[in-house]
Design a protein around this ligand. Structure first.
Ligand code: SF4
Length: 134
């Protein structure tokens, strides 16, 4: 079983209430080969919600509120699901402060990318799960 970002599977769970559908990933879910997760929703954040970015290892929304606990709670919930389903691979949404791998926004809400991983991607990698972006 592959873990996938729910927004890529077509669920409208992004901060602005939209999805980022990828037909291949949607099909994997429909065929029962992938399980969709949204760490930000699992961490207790609403949809829609303010956008967030990582700065100095912490996560802040665009009004400056520290939402690191919600992001960490969501990451832990996703790891638990990955373990329960025996997932060895994950295909996650690029650049997200939760799901991004390799590149994330720099914390200034200016659209600038820096090297780094989202909170969930990082925790999955630390636990031996192969993380790819779409
Ligand atoms: S947290 Fe991940 S799954 Fe949820 S909307 Fe953001 S990128 Fe998609």
């Amino acid at each position: 079983m592959i873990l996938v970002s729910a927004c890529l599977a077509g669920f409208p769970c992004r901060y602005d209430g939209t999805s980022k559908i990828n037909e291949t990933i949607k099909q994997l879910v429909q065929e029962g080969k992938a399980i969709p997760v949204c760490p930000e929703q699992l961490g207790g954040l609403t949809t829609p919600r303010l956008p967030s970015e990582i700065r100095d290892g912490k996560v802040f929304n665009s009004e400056g509120r520290d939402v690191t606990p919600q992001f960490e709670r969501g990451a832990a919930a996703v790891l638990q699901i990955a373990k329960e389903y025996g997932c060895k691979k994950a295909i996650l949404k690029a650049c997200s402060p939760s799901c991004g791998k390799g590149h994330i926004y720099d914390g200034t809400f200016s659209g600038k990318l820096v090297d780094g991983n989202g909170k969930t991607a990082e925790l999955l990698i630390q636990n031996g799960i192969e993380v790819m972006t779409e």
